[in-house]
Structure formats: structure tokens, C-alpha cells
Write a protein that binds this ligand. Structure first.
Ligand SMILES: C[S@@+](CC[C@H](N)C(=O)[O-])C[C@H]1O[C@@H](n2cnc3c(N)ncnc32)[C@H](O)[C@@H]1O
Length: 212
């Protein structure tokens, strides 16, 4: 589904694995916060040393069930753990060299986003990185309107009907709360990350990498 609804999803996944491979350190863990059905964990596996533990976290038991099933199907035998937890309540990250949040921070209540970042930073080892992919707002309302239009055109090209697009928009209202790219960048820097850069941008989607 994400292939049809997220632009350049496959290329972003490839880039995430490429960057994660450069930051992952033996004897530490990689966390995928909001791991859903495990796409990112599976995609990372061939590129990362067996001495790095994989931890997937999601607040949906149903997603984790599907994730477990997919990992078993693909004979995912490396050391890993799947945790059911709500990031609004706290982020159980420790001894991490890489933390991933792929289209997940946007679902965290804005009130808690600074705390989530502070807890990720605390659980990351020095020189560890956070890779963040988010849907974002345009920097002003003109671009925002245009970017949303281009995004819906992208979904239509991928076979979604007007009705499906409208239903999804309604379902996500007040649930998916995007920040602007610059607001996400400021959040990372204010939380104490030393460096932050944009590795992906397509209209209202962006990818950021930040280093502790
Ligand atoms: C768009 S999906 C993530 C996709 C996934 N990272 C990938 O690339 O395949 C967002 C995920 O975040 C999870 N999620 C939303 N709010 C959450 C929260 N408060 N705590 C933990 N997980 C949450 C959802 O259950 C969902 O699986």
C-alpha cells in the first residue's frame, strides 16, 4: 500500500538502508519506531551486520502480528525484538546506534514530540543517528495547497479513486498532524542533535537525518 501512496517509497527505503549501514555499530541496536508490518526491518537486514540487534516498536498489536508473520515467512533469524508500546507514553530506546521513524512522528501528539525526541536522544549512543521520514506542510499556504494537489494527482495516477482519496483524508484529519520541514529540523536541533540534513524531499514528503 505504501508503494502506491508514498512517493519514491522504494528509493527512500534504499537510502535509509544505505545510511543506517554507515551508522550501525556491532553490539548496539537499531530501533524502528512505528515499524508497522516490518517493511523497513526486512529491507535493512541484508545491509546490516548480524551483530546489531533489530527492535521494532508499534502501538498496534495487529500490525505487530502481521510483522511477526512476515518475518517468519522471510526466515528472519537475526536477533530481534518486537515491542507493543505507545510512543506518547514514552520511548523505550537504549544502546541504539540508529533510530528510524518512517512516517510515524506525524502520528505523535504535538504536545509530546519534544519529549519523544529527548528520549530518543537519551537512548542513542554518541554519533548515533535518527532517520526521520515525514509528511510535511509547505512552508506557506500557496505551496501547501499546490503540493497537496500534486500529491492527490500522484495517488490518482497510482489507481486511487477520488472517493478513496477523500475517505483517507477524512480518516487522517486530526490524527496525522504534519509539521513544516523547518519545524521538524528545529525540533531535532532544539532536542540536542548536533547535525541535521535533508536527504529526501518530494512536495509534501521529506526525509531528515540527524546525528547525536
Ligand atoms: C505509516 S505507518 C509506518 C510505516 C512504516 N514505518 C514503514 O515504513 O513501513 C505508521 C505506524 O505508526 C504506528 N503508530 C502510530 N501512532 C503510534 C504511537 N503513538 N506509538 C507507536 N506507534 C504508533 C502505527 O500503528 C503505524 O503502524
Amino acid at each position: 500500500m505504501l508503494l502506491r501512496s508514498v512517493p519514491f517509497y522504494e528509493e527512500m527505503q534504499r537510502m535509509i538502508a544505505e545510511m543506517a549501514a554507515d551508522f550501525a555499530v556491532d553490539g548496539t541496536s537499531i530501533y524502528d519506531l512505528g515499524c508497522s508490518t516490518g517493511n523497513t526491518l526486512l529491507n535493512l537486514a541484508p545491509r546490516i551486520s548480524q551483530k546489531v540487534k533489530f527492535v521494532g516498536l508499534d502501538n498496534s498489536e495487529e500490525m505487530l502480528k502481521r510483522c511477526r508473520h512476515k518475518l517468519a515467512e522471510q526466515r528472519f533469524t537475526r536477533e530481534h525484538e518486537l515491542i507493543c508500546a505507545d510512543l506518547n507514553q514514552g520511548v523505550p530506546v537504549e544502546n541504539a546506534s540508529v533510530v528510524l521513524m518512517v512516517l510515524t512522528l506525524q502520528f505523535i501528539r504535538p504536545l509530546y514530540r519534544d519529549r519523544v525526541m529527548a528520549q530518543i536522544l537519551a537512548g542513542l549512543n554518541d554519533n548515533g543517528c535518527l532517520i526521520l521520514v515525514e509528511k510535511v506542510l509547505g512552508e506557506d499556504s500557496l505551496f501547501n495547497r499546490l503540493f497537496i494537489k500534486y500529491y492527490y494527482d500522484f495517488k490518482k495516477r497510482n489507481g486511487y479513486s477520488e472517493m478513496e482519496i477523500a475517505q483517507k483524508r477524512e480518516a487522517l484529519e486530526n490524527v496525522l498532524i504534519p509539521y513544516k520541514l523547518m519545524e521538524n529540523r528545529e525540533l531535532l536541533l532544539r532536542s540536542g542533535f548536533r547535525y541535521c540534513d535533508v536527504f529526501f524531499k518530494w512536495y509534501n514528503f521529506c526525509g531528515l537525518i540527524a546525528v547525536k
